[in-house]
Write a protein that binds this ligand. Structure first.
Ligand SMILES: Cc1ncc(COP(=O)(O)O)c(C=O)c1O
Length: 376
């Protein structure tokens, strides 16, 4: 990527499969924009905003992720907020993972009934909360909704979907997963984390966004026919908002076709992710608990050191990556978050490993305490 006239190697783009600049995608996007312009359709799905393309995309998505039907959402964030808002009423109880994405937290905030949070990926804590939720639901006559992520986007940890599904033998609940990062990247066919963990049927409501592996905009929710029909007519964010534009929907159909039929794109992503993670671990870097392609590199240092280190990487090594700091993570920790994609090369990996080794040494030696790089 060009940044201020200089070529940079970028590790912070939501483009896992490299579809953003894939020639077939670019062509489909351009042709659809020429055919339809950006204005169509001109209404919400329920009113004048429906089209054969919207319906065909939903049908293909549903079949791909192993559900009966699917419904398109204008944005992932607002879509998830609205799914939660629609699925529960004041008698229902929500049980959710403590490290859930903001869209889950904000959806839960709208809930007028009880909610219990369980410690991140901790099944004993989940069981404790399920017991409390079951007791309460018995009194109110409501149901229990468990919510987690398929792949946690910051740590790279997979949600323990299979273990959660197994708890259905003891507790009555429905499971909603946000698989923003897992859709297109996880599982033998790329269908998602539920496929990777071999528990497709145990997930009652599956959510994926188009903003990561599909390199587009929008999202979808997939489930059985009854739930999808219910959401189609009860999600306020979709009923009262304009449908996804035609060029995006047609472009998404092309992206989905490539995602399903070009496994080499996913294989390339994993080749890069493995080379990167193996290389970093061999050099002694702490990658936390990641068991997916998301690659966080944990370092110790203060906020100003972290800023200088990132600037050093950008200005002197030509490497651009996202940095995560307090208050997202505890004080004194720095996370350099790397998002590998199918468009990276093994040479890019080698260059990054070398650069990371150098800046980590400088950080340890106190170099960034003395050499401040001013943000520019
Ligand atoms: C786990 C998760 N859920 C939902 C979203 C929101 O998706 P979108 O960008 O489509 O609004 C994101 C994107 O950051 C995400 O990481």
């Amino acid at each position: 990527m060009m940044f201020r006239g200089k070529e940079h190697l970028v590790w912070s783009l939501n483009n896992y499969l490299g579809l953003a600049n894939h020639p077939e995608v670019r062509k489909a996007d351009a042709e659809a924009a020429a055919d339809y312009g950006m204005a169509y359709p001109m209404g919400a799905r329920m009113m004048s905003g429906n089209s054969n393309h919207h319906e065909a995309l939903e049908k293909d998505l549903a079949a791909f992720v192993g559900k009966e039907d699917a419904f398109l959402l204008n944005y992932g964030y607002q879509g998830m907020v609205s799914i939660i808002d629609s699925l529960v009423d004041r008698n229902d109880v929500i049980v959710y993972d403590a490290e859930s994405h903001a869209c889950i937290i904000d959806g839960v905030r709208l809930h007028m009934g009880k909610r219990y949070v369980y410690q991140h990926n901790d099944m004993a804590s989940l069981e404790k909360q399920l017991e409390r939720a079951a007791k309460l639901a018995e009194q109110t006559g409501g149901g229990v909704l468990v919510i987690t992520e398929g792949v946690f986007g910051m740590s790279g940890a997979q949600g323990k979907i299979k273990e959660i599904v197994a708890l259905k033998e003891q507790y009555k609940f429905r499971l909603l997963i946000d698989d923003a990062h897992g859709f297109g990247t996880m599982g033998v066919s790329g269908a998602g984390t539920h496929e990777a963990q071999n528990c497709i049927d145990g997930v009652d409501v599956y959510f994926g966004t188009f903003a990561k592996s599909m390199a587009g905009i929008g999202a979808f929710v997939a489930s059985n026919q009854t739930i999808v029909n219910f959401l189609r007519y009860n999600m306020r964010s979709q009923t009262f908002a304009k449908a996804l534009p035609m060029p995006m929907v047609i472009g998404l159909r092309k992206r989905l076709e490539l995602l399903m039929n070009r496994p080499e794109l996913r294989e390339k992503l994993w080749t890069i992710a493995r080379a990167l993670q193996d290389g970093l671990r061999d050099r002694g870097f702490d990658l936390g608990v990641t068991n997916t392609m998301v690659t966080p590199v944990f370092l110790r240092g203060e906020l100003d050191e972290a800023t200088s280190l990132t600037m050093d990487l950008r200005e002197n090594y030509g490497i651009f990556c996202s940095i995560v700091l307090y208050p997202v993570i505890p004080k004194g920790l720095i996370v350099l978050r790397i998002i590998p994609t199918a468009t990276h090369s093994l040479e890019d990996v080698q260059r990054t490993l070398d650069a990371y080794s150098e800046v980590a040494e400088k950080l340890k030696a106190g170099y960034y305490k003395e050499n401040k790089f001013v943000l520019a």
